[in-house]
Write a protein that binds this ligand. Structure first.
Ligand code: FAD
Length: 306
């Protein structure tokens, strides 16, 4: 039986594992893919004290830091069920069952894709998902934001201050963002809003994005916008489907946590992109992971007198 079992091996899980192991308690990490989302990114320029690094390099550094401690890493294993109790059980897709006194859920999230030709091919080469991360890479350039909900409109407002021009593309016949955001967006001189537009393709020259194709859903006409970047903002989906019915989730599927990372289940904590904590960033996930581990340790010293 573990004292702390971390489910998920991204920045949140890695930080939680290091903090737990440094308390000298039995710590395990089970991860479908150790490293998490950072493995899919290229430049990381906003992890404070690291001026610039690459995603895969950062992923290796996370693993090395965890491996410097006595942590049982179970990589390439997917958790499929959580069973609360005095000893909490985590069932794996392989059929194995792990037991722990406390569990830290840090299964992260994934960006919803639009699934059009060019999206995968030009990912990190013009196709981006995170304006806080990649916005500055498009300084002075032309970009599109796909998605007219709150995140898309926020992204367009944010990017308009950095890039040369922003085209906001919305599938429906109206934007869905809060009115105050829409008003702000419409006040900006370098933003074009296109509604009833179905993105059909992201064009490139083999190296980088050069344009975006869309169909006007009213007329059926095909259009093309010349640009250098496309930000896809149609939703961030937390990897929490396996927790439905056991841990309280928000209407977006995020694990509801308090200021210490405590979930609705005693002894179960959570951190990172999978939770209700706003702003999905590496430094935030890592900080939340550390916090959840300290809270789990606190829970252990308060509950185990035996
Ligand atoms: P994740 O990194 O998503 O890790 C989740 C972990 O849980 C993984 O190990 C995964 O395999 C595992 N997992 C999932 N489900 C299960 C399961 N059922 N059982 C077991 N394991 C499971 N942020 C920045 O701060 N700066 C950037 O420059 C930046 N660039 C980005 C670029 C891209 C393309 C993307 C996609 C994201 C970027 N982000 C960036 C966001 C950042 O990567 C995330 O905020 C951060 O990785 C969240 O960490 P996490 O540990 O919560 O989750």
């Amino acid at each position: 039986e573990f004292d702390v079992l971390v489910v998920g091996g991204g920045p949140a899980g890695a930080a939680a594992a290091v903090y737990a192991a440094r308390k000298g308690i039995r710590t395990g990490v089970v991860a479908e893919r150790f490293g998490g989302q950072v493995l899919d990114t290229m430049a990381i320029e906003n992890y404070i004290s690291v001026l610039e690094t690459e995603g895969p390099k950062f992923g290796v550094a996370l693993e090395q830091h965890v491996k410097a401690y006595e942590v049982d890493i179970m990589n390439l294993q997917r958790a499929s069920r959580l069973v609360p109790g005095r000893s909490i059980q985590v069932e794996l897709a392989s059929g194995a069952v792990l037991k722990s006194k406390t569990v830290i859920l840090s299964t992260g999230a994934r960006w919803r894709q639009i699934n059009v030709p060019g999206e995968d091919e030009y990912r990190n080469r013009g196709v981006a998902y995170c304006p806080h991360c990649d916005g500055p890479l498009f300084k002075g350039k032309r970009v599109a934001v796909i998605g007219g909900g709150n995140s898309g409109v926020e992204a367009a407002i944010d990017l308009a201050g950095i890039v040369g021009h922003v085209t906001l593309i919305e599938f429906g016949d109206a934007l869905r963002a809060d009115e105050v955001l829409q008003r702000k967006l419409r006040s900006l001189p370098n933003v074009t809003i296109i509604t009833s537009a179905q993105t059909t393709e992201i064009h490139g020259d083999g190296k980088r994005v050069t344009g975006l194709g869309y169909k006007d859903r009213a007329s059926g006409d095909a259009h093309r916008v010349e640009l250098e970047g496309v930000f896809i903002q149609i939703g961030l989906v937390p990897n929490t489907e396996w927790l439905k019915g056991t841990v309280e989730l928000s209407k977006h599927g995020e694990i509801v946590v308090d200021a210490r990372g405590q979930t609705s289940v005693p002894g179960v904590f959570a951190a990172g992109d999978a939770t209700t904590v706003p702003y999905k960033q590496i430094i935030i996930a890592a900080g939340e992971g550390a916090k959840a581990a300290l809270a789990a340790f606190d829970h252990l010293i308060r509950s185990s007198v035996d």
